[in-house]
Each structure stands twice: as structure tokens, then as C-alpha cells.
Design a protein around this ligand. Structure first.
Ligand code: MG
Ligand code: MG
Length: 272
């Protein structure tokens, strides 16, 4: 499969990515102490189907749910369950949608009620690192430039970059080339070109970069039990520059947060 997408393909990926963006915005209003992650999963599945799309993760590699829900020390790939979220938790929610044969894949780490200051900083720095990486996804740069910049940004704060899991190309399948590690060396790796589409997704731990996997065969968690954050956007290269296909604006609207973090990047106007 070619790494370059046509304009039509990019529009299809954008449509799916925006369905995921709206799904996360819907969930943002529901995430509070006492809610179960299985409840969030059901809401998301209904919402996606109501938008004439299919959940992108359900059944993919035999994953059992619509959402990957990973609280606190869980990094990614947590399975929704009937344990209620509690005040002070953080919860990473990763969601996929499939429409017109193309995937969107997008994630955000939410705060549940009042969260410890050190954990809020982990979320802020991880999200910053995502945009630092996106800014280098342009013609003239390489895979290693993005990974290096993300790594440098978060390691300056003493955080650990998960090595075993990486971002990826996106299109007719959820995981395409190139792999997009959140670490690396400047000037190395595949050169970016017009029409490439990726999912960039730093997975950043407050402590060690090392991870373990639960016996469920899915859940990844930090080896030291410290919290982990995960933010993911879908981006295309259009006219040589990064264009955001997903947006956190629905989340911010639901939470009453003012943010201009997406302003520096190309987007298409977001319809309701
Ligand atoms: Mg994802
Ligand atoms: Mg992904």
C-alpha cells in the first residue's frame, strides 16, 4: 500500500477522524467519579454507529470493545470494565472509527475530578510533545526528527518514553507504514512526502519508560506503577505542511476549556 494518499482518501480519513473527535467530546462530558469505563464504551459504540460509522477497534486483532480505556498506571490497550472511576484518576481513552473504508484513530487523557498537580503536569507536557512532533511532520523532515523532538521534550522533565509501542501510518488499515516511534535520532528514518497520513501518539510515563503487560493479553502498564499519559492526533501532509485531521476542540468545548494549541496548524473548518 502506498504511503501517499489522494485528496479523496485524506477526506475519508478526516471524516472518520472527526467522528472519533466528536466521540471523545461526547465522552468528555460523561467522565466523572462513579462512572464505569464499560458505560463509556457503550456510549461510544452507540455514538459511532449513529454517525454511520463502525467502531474501529471492536474485533480488530480480536480486541473486545469500542474503546481502549487505560486509567492511571495503565499506558494503553486497557479493556473497559465495571470498576467506577474515582476522584483524582486520570484515564486515557483511545478510539477508532471506520467509515468509507478508512480509519480514524485518536486519543486523549482525561482528568477525573481534581487531579494531583504532578500528574496534571505529565498530561500537559505529553500533549505539548505531540504538537512538537506534529510540527516536524512536513516535507523535508524524517521519522527520526519527530521521534527525537518528542523524546527531548519529555525527557527534559524526567519522564519516560515508552519504546515498545509507536505511532503509525493510517488509511484503509489501522496500522500502516511508517512506524512513528516517540524517540529517535535526528535526520534518520524515512523522509516525509506529500500526502502521507499518520497517527502520532506519544505514550509518556511519569517514571520509568519500562512497561509490563497484564495476563489479559492486552493491558499495558508502567513497570513502576507511576501514571502514564497518551494523546493522539491524525495528521496529513498537505502542500508540504502538517494538516490536522482530528481535533480536541469538541473535548474543550464540553469541558469549557479555552485552547489555541491547534491554531498554528492547518485544519479544515470544523462543522458541527
Ligand atoms: Mg489510537
Ligand atoms: Mg494509533
Amino acid at each position: 500500500m502506498g504511503l501517499q494518499k489522494t485528496k479523496q482518501e485524506i477526506e475519508f480519513i478526516r471524516e472518520s477522524a472527526l467522528i472519533v473527535s466528536k466521540t471523545l467530546g461526547m465522552l468528555a462530558a460523561e467522565i466523572k467519579p462513579g462512572v464505569t469505563t464499560l458505560h463509556l464504551d457503550k456510549l461510544a459504540e452507540t455514538f459511532i454507529r449513529d454517525h454511520d460509522a463502525e467502531p474501529g477497534f471492536l474485533g480488530l486483532y480480536d480486541f473486545p470493545n469500542t474503546l481502549c480505556v487505560s486509567p492511571n498506571a495503565q499506558v494503553v490497550h486497557g479493556i473497559p470494565n465495571d470498576t467506577p472511576l474515582v476522584e483524582g484518576d486520570i484515564v486515557s481513552i483511545d478510539c477508532g472509527a471506520l467509515k468509507n473504508g478508512y480509519y480514524g484513530d485518536h486519543a486523549y487523557t482525561f482528568e477525573v475530578g481534581d487531579v494531583e498537580e504532578s500528574t496534571r503536569k505529565l498530561l500537559a507536557i505529553t500533549k505539548e510533545s505531540l504538537y512538537v512532533g506534529i510540527d516536524l511532520f512536513r516535507v523535508g523532515k524524517r521519522v527520526g526528527d519527530v521521534g527525537h523532538a518528542i523524546q527531548r521534550h519529555v525527557e527534559a522533565h524526567g519522564y519516560g518514553v515508552v519504546r515498545e509501542l509507536v505511532g503509525h501510518g493510517l488509511g484503509k488499515t489501522m496500522h500502516e507504514k511508517p512506524e512513528m516511534p516517540n524517540y529517535g535520532r535526528r535526520g534518520r528514518g524515512k523522509a516525509f512526502s506529500e500526502g502521507m497520513v499518520i497517527a502520532l501518539e506519544p505514550m509518556i510515563n511519569a517514571g520509568t519508560h519500562k512497561i509490563n503487560q497484564l495476563a489479559d493479553g492486552w493491558t499495558i502498564l508502567t513497570a513502576d506503577g507511576m501514571p502514564s499519559a497518551h494523546f493522539e492526533h491524525n495528521i496529513a501532509i498537505v502542500d508540504g505542511e502538517p494538516e490536522l485531521l482530528s481535533t480536541f476542540s469538541y473535548i474543550y468545548e464540553a469541558l469549557g476549556i479555552e485552547s489555541d494549541e491547534e491554531k498554528p496548524f492547518r485544519t479544515k473548518s470544523i462543522s458541527k
